[in-house]
Design a protein around this ligand. Structure first.
Ligand SMILES: Nc1ncnc2c1ncn2[C@@H]1O[C@H](COP(=O)(O)OP(=O)(O)OP(=O)(O)O)[C@@H](O)[C@H]1O
Length: 302
């Protein structure tokens, strides 16, 4: 049974749809990605899921509850790390966690969370004096203090340097290992590809595609491509005649072949049978970014 069900969600701001029509379900224990460029409607979607905003139409069920009607009960079970976590600058790490813990009937132990998220040395440091990475770690600890079944992480790694981003990815995987279901809102393709079980690609307030990262790439129909050189010329028609091949291009002495998922095997097999050796072989599979362009008809920066 899904832990989150969103059906035909629609949310307007001044008669303009921020979310036009969004439907998806999230299974227990999944890392579910909501991926899209700025302004696509990602934050509005998760705000409706967590009960922070009231949808104009559509239904949302989280652990069988309606976030608007059962907000109090859901707050016990859903941890939210929102974009730009801001706390009073003088509040220390320990005070923030103890304050948040006091909101819950059965909170996690703040001291344990401080240790777990590597904040022991910073426990008496005021929020205003933490680095970006430390603030992110605190915001994760705050999202987990209620011992949630689900956490929503909105643009968790935005503004972090590459090292801190990788550390955050590790933390996200650790949260999942504890059995927590995760909604990960991101506009980073590599992050979504690396972490998510399934990704909803959001564009203009709608889901353009929803699948596993591999599934999205396969679905975009971009197939595989390979480039190589040969010591002897390859006769015209030898490769273009293969059913797996879509396109053959020659650039100097380099041959580039694009086709379906089986194109590499077909080309290498055919050339080998004709005793033509391949040099400098490079195989390229399409990336999630290629899939995004193919699926939405726009570039990621649009
Ligand atoms: N409170 C608001 N009032 C009016 N318009 C809003 C409000 N919040 C968001 N919008 C608009 O709704 C659209 C969707 O915004 P939303 O924040 O959901 O997108 P997003 O995909 O999360 O983008 P970002 O990554 O930039 O936050 C945008 O065009 C945005 O300008």
């Amino acid at each position: 049974m899904p832990v989150i069900e969103v059906r035909n969600l629609r949310k307007l701001y001044r008669a303009k749809p921020a979310v036009a029509d969004v439907s998806f379900t999230v299974a227990k224990g999944e890392i579910f990605g909501i991926l899209g460029p700025n302004g696509a409607g990602k934050t509005t979607t998760v705000e409706c899921v967590t009960g922070l905003r009231r949808p104009d139409s559509g239904t949302v069920r989280v652990l069988g509850l309606d976030p608007r009607r059962d907000g109090r009960r859901l707050r016990e079970k859903v941890g939210v790390q929102l974009q730009q976590c801001e706390l009073p600058g003088r509040l220390t790490v320990r005070e923030a966690l103890e304050l948040y813990a006091s909101f819950y009937d059965d909170p996690a132990d703040p001291a344990r969370l401080i240790r777990r998220w590597g904040l022991t040395e910073k426990r008496d440091t005021p929020f205003g004096k933490l680095s970006g990475g430390q603030k992110q770690r605190l915001s994760i600890a705050l999202a987990l203090v209620g011992g949630p079944d689900i956490v929503v992480l909105d643009e968790l790694t935005t503004g972090l340097d590459p090292q801190a981003r990788r550390a955050a990815w590790k933390m996200i995987e650790e949260i999942r290992e504890d059995g927590v279901t995760i909604i990960l809102v991101t506009h980073f393709l590599d992050e979504a590809e690396r972490l998510c079980d399934r990704i909803a690609v959001v564009s203009d307030g709608r889901i353009a595609a929803l699948d596993s990262p591999r599934g999205l790439v396969a679905r975009s129909g971009n197939g595989m491509s390979l480039r190589f050189r040969t010591p002897v010329p390859v006769p015209d028609g030898l490769l273009t005649g293969l059913p797996e091949v879509r396109e053959v291009r020659r650039r100097g002495d380099q041959i580039a072949v694009a086709g379906g998922d089986d194109v590499v095997q077909a080309v290498v097999g055919t050339l080998t049978r004709h005793q033509i050796r391949l040099h400098d072989l490079m195989v390229e599979r399409p990336t999630l970014e290629d899939a995004f362009v193919a699926l939405t008809g726009r570039t990621f920066e649009d």
